[in-house]
Ligand binder design. Structure first.
Ligand code: URA
Length: 209
């Protein structure tokens, strides 16, 4: 069974098209990523468990569903992951947050860790790892290994755009971790960028280039 889910909702696809355009300004790019993240969050949390509780509405008593105490943690892969994190927190404001700092060595494209901070009780939590671009897969694979080492209850991976190469690398190392993405693009170029992609997500999100 494939662990890849492409969220092909028309709103997600339309907003992603706007993000891909070279002439989309930073503020607009950031807002769109936040909106798409919320919509991806809706899909990735679809299987959260609920239980029935008794409440009173203005019209009378009712037995109605509520989330059954699932403890969530969103782990953002710095720095572009923070763009998805914002939208996820709009949807799940009480989630705890972790950060993993990874950068790509420009020559080898290997993931080098420079920061790691997650909630102490992460072993009691279901974790959603977020990073917009699943390119070579090196960062995603490394990030999920770090979370697995802390024995999280479950892990899901959410990105915006995935390359087939990245998906294959990720699934080879983590066949047990579902991937949610808004698009599966054509390929990687020689510099490890996704084609057609949207360029450098971090630079576009923070206006650093
Ligand atoms: N990281 C990005 O920001 N963009 C890509 O296309 C690949 C990796």
């Amino acid at each position: 069974m494939s662990t890849l889910t492409v969220v092909d909702h028309p709103l997600v696809q339309h907003k992603l098209t706007l993000m891909r355009r070279t002439d989309t300004p930073t503020a607009e790019f950031r807002r769109l990523l936040r909106e798409i993240a919320l919509l991806l969050g809706y899909e990735v949390t679809r299987d959260l468990a609920t239980e029935l509780i008794d409440i009173v509405t203005p019209v009378g008593p009712a037995r109605v569903p509520t989330l059954s105490g699932k403890k969530l943690c969103i782990v953002s892969v710095l720095r572009a992951g923070n763009g998805i994190l914002e939208g996820m927190l709009d949807l799940i404001p009480s989630a705890r947050v972790g950060h993993i700092g990874l950068y790509r060595d420009p020559t080898t494209l290997e993931a080098i860790e420079y920061y790691f901070k997650v909630p102490e009780d992460i072993s009691e939590r279901d974790v959603i790892v977020v990073d917009p671009m699943l390119a070579t897969g090196n960062s995603a694979v490394a990030a999920v290994h770090r979370i697995k080492a802390r024995e999280a209850k479950s892990i899901k991976y959410v990105c915006l755009v995935a390359a087939p190469e990245g998906v294959a690398a990720f699934q080879a190392d983590h066949p047990d971790v579902p991937i949610f993405t808004a698009a599966l693009d054509q390929k990687l170029n020689d510099h490890g960028y996704i084609v057609p992609g949207l360029g450098d997500a971090g630079d576009r999100l923070f206006g650093t280039k």
